[in-house]
Design a protein around this ligand. Structure first.
Ligand code: ADP
Ligand code: MG
Length: 256
């Protein structure tokens, strides 16, 4: 059965989408069957996987509103080697349209129930908020991957997310846990980043992934080509780090 992970952090611009698409591509590269779900109306993970969000006939929006099944709405990204349940602006309306729906936070979980055996990993790119969309992701996940930059205020921002995860765990999804904190956009030459990284390690122990994702311009350039860095420039430092991270994830789920 597929292991389902949300990539979440309520801050914008911390590397969620970059992590989602590159981990998806890295996992595909090491032979895993992957579904990437874009839960952000911005649709960056969709575009960054080589799928044009403006041309999609069905998206995660249709799945949440039950006007299509997940199997109908997913598409395959040939270049990236994984399946995509895409998103576009339409998804912004889902929040309002789900207001009167019963068990509205479990829509995605229901939709995923019949695809579990098709995949080894399902990765969900969450929007930068703790909204109904993020809640749908957290309700169906086994774990949360939290990308974070090693900056002074990084830990402060984590409190709200940790509290939300605790609440979801207590009330809605007993399976949910923070699987790990991923240090991203890391620059070892900056002393402060090294210090915050050490603090994270001593505070969270093995909840901090061993792999560190460096700041790497190829990862930032790749989206404009509609590709994850892992596919765009496999030999770059950033791409190699994400493949190593994919291998670390494969090892971690064996222990789950
Ligand atoms: P989020 O989804 O959390 O809003 P993104 O993944 O879109 O964040 O990243 C924000 C910006 O930082 C993007 O322009 C992205 O290309 C860039 N970026 C992300 N990770 C890296 C990295 N490791 N090195 C360089 N640039 C990065
Ligand atoms: Mg994003």
């Amino acid at each position: 059965m597929a292991k389902i992970f949300c990539v979440a952090n309520q801050k914008g611009g911390v590397g969620k989408t970059t992590t989602t698409v590159n981990l998806a591509a890295g996992l595909a590269k090491v032979g895993q069957r992957v579904l990437m779900i874009d839960l952000d109306p911005q649709g960056n993970a969709t575009m960054g996987s080589g799928v044009d969000k403006r041309k999609l006939e069905l998206t995660v929006y249709d799945v949440l509103l039950e006007s299509a099944s997940l199997l109908e709405a997913r598409v395959h990204s040939e270049k990236c080697g994984y399946d995509v349940l895409g998103a576009n602006r339409e998804l912004a309306g889902a929040e309002v349209e789900l207001v009167d729906v019963e068990r509205r936070e479990r829509r995605l979980k229901l939709a995923l129930a019949d695809v579990g055996e098709h995949y080894d990993f399902v990765l969900i790119d969450c929007p930068p908020s703790l909204s109904m969309l993020t809640l749908n992701g957290l309700c169906c996940a086994h774990g949360v991957i939290v990308p974070m930059q090693c900056e002074y205020f990084a830990l402060e921002g984590l409190t709200d997310l940790v509290n939300t995860i605790k609440q979801v765990h207590a009330n809605l999804n007993k399976d949910l846990a923070i699987i790990g904190l991923l240090r991203v956009m890391f620059d070892p030459r900056i002393t402060l980043q090294q210090q915050v990284s050490d603090q994270l390690k001593s505070h969270f122990g093995d909840k901090v992934f061993n792999t560190v994702i460096p700041r790497n311009v190829r990862l930032a350039e790749a989206p404009s080509y509609g590709l994850p860095g892992v596919v765009f420039d496999p030999s770059s430092k950033g791409a190699q780090a994400f493949v190593t991270f994919a291998e670390e994830m494969v090892q971690r789920i064996k222990a789950m």
